[in-house]
Design a protein around this ligand. Structure first.
Ligand SMILES: NC(=O)c1ccc[n+]([C@@H]2O[C@H](COP(=O)([O-])OP(=O)(O)OC[C@H]3O[C@@H](n4cnc5c(N)ncnc54)[C@H](O)[C@@H]3O)[C@@H](O)[C@H]2O)c1
Ligand SMILES: [Zn+2]
Length: 360
């Protein structure tokens, strides 16, 4: 088994990566501290993997909360269902919450665990590629607000992250590609060798070649863990993980939650960020072309929705968490493998990208 350690002092935790881990009862039980266990999942994942997980939890008092499936349920209302269950079943401060699902379930489970009695044990079992390479690692948790994505949340690290690559077998192709957007991100912001590896191996990943997937997941988690260890609370370098996300969040909100997948919106947003980086003279034409080509090869969209004009983008981007003093701040690329910290961008320049890129 491949184990990475996220080194955060007394909040350090392991990430386990291997095919078939969901069948290793000991691994799941290892990080549970007391009797009461709540498993949070959704209506799609429950019929696939919930029974397997619960089978390993014989001897514990296990409750489940099965939420409807979708980003549109990542809200305070639905979060409350988890608290209702925890309180109705009289869960104590020693209880454990296990999130079994994609990023939506992981973000909500983590936030519920952070809030319930000011913090209970939390275990991540991510079941989408996106959750395995990104959202389950690093402790960002939360829910959406009608006025902005992920605007209500907390930093709360899990006790362990259990990544079973076999669960990706049931993941729809479109979701697999969405996860690849975040994988490509690591290559772009800090790992040029990995970017080149992705250029050579993207077809294998799309074909779900197991060794290729395991390599990409491990390399992605390693990159994420290093960034999180360097800057847990996002004072500086952690912000680079948001490459393409300010544009992407605007696309998600502007087109209605649920229209684009998160990874799809991030793919488009990253291409927009790359366009801006090229205009600043940082990315070369050829680097820019390689980036667009890799997203395309990963079956991801690269063009902004026609329904969103430049004004709408700017309006939505203005609520982003990275902004200070009313200026839009963005992560851009100096080159493939090197991101900037958030930079304030002149409105005129941003408008050039918003009006030109993908609009001709
Ligand atoms: N906390 C962070 O650091 C962080 C980072 C990136 C993204 N996110 C958040 O993650 C969310 C997106 O996560 P996501 O892409 O995993 O979406 P998701 O959780 O909605 O899952 C995608 C779809 O796949 C289904 N699914 C999950 N596992 C499956 C499996 N093994 N087989 C078949 N179907 C399966 C889900 O039911 C859902 O329909 C967004 O809310 C985003 O804001 C958080
Ligand atoms: Zn993301």
């Amino acid at each position: 088994m491949n184990t990475l350690q996220v080194d955060l002092g007394d909040r350090s935790y392991p990430i386990y990566i291997e095919a078939g881990l969901l069948n290793q009862a000991d691994l799941v039980r290892k990080h549970i501290r007391a009797q009461q266990v709540l498993v949070l999942t959704n209506e799609t994942v429950a019929p696939l993997y919930l029974a397997t997980l619960i089978n390993h939890l014989g001897g514990y008092s296990v409750e489940t909360v099965v939420l409807p499936d979708g980003e549109q349920y990542k809200t305070l209302d639905y979060l409350n269902r988890i608290f209702d269950q925890l309180l109705t079943k009289k869960f104590s401060r020693n209880a454990t919450l296990i999130a079994l699902g994609g990023g939506v379930i992981g973000d909500m489970g983590g936030f519920a665990a952070a809030c319930y009695q000011r913090g209970i044990v939390f275990i991540q079992i991510p079941t989408t590629l996106l959750a395995q390479v990104d959202s389950s690692v690093g402790g960002k948790t939360g829910v959406n607000h009608p006025l902005g994505k992920n605007m209500i949340g907390a930093f709360y690290q899990p006790q362990s992250v259990i990544i079973d690559t076999d669960v990706l077998d049931t993941l729809p192709d479109r979701e697999l590609s969405a996860g690849l957007a975040e994988v490509i991100k690591y290559g772009l912001i800090r790992d040029p060798d990995f970017f080149e590896w992705l250029e050579d191996n993207i077809d294998k990943l799309l074909a779900r070649d197991k060794p290729a997937l395991s390599f990409a997941i491990e390399r992605s988690c390693r990159n994420k863990a290093e960034v999180v260890v360097a800057d847990e609370l996002e004072a500086d370098v952690r912000a680079t993980l948001n490459l393409g996300h300010t544009f992407g969040h605007a696309i998600e909100t502007g087109s209605g939650y649920g229209h684009y997948l998160h990874g799809e919106a991030v793919a488009i947003g990253t291409c927009q960020a790359a366009d801006l980086s090229k205009r600043l003279g940082w990315l070369t034409e050829s680097e820019f072309a390689r980036i667009i080509a890799l997203f395309k090869k990963a079956n991801l969209p690269v063009l902004p929705p026609e329904s969103m004009d430049s004004d709408r983008f700017i309006e939505l981007m203005a609520v982003d968490k990275k902004n200070l003093d009313g200026k839009v701040r963005l992560i851009l690329l100096k080159k493939i493998g090197e991101a900037t910290l958030p930079v304030s961008v002149e409105k005129e320049l941003l408008e050039m990208t918003l009006k030109s890129y993908g609009r001709e």
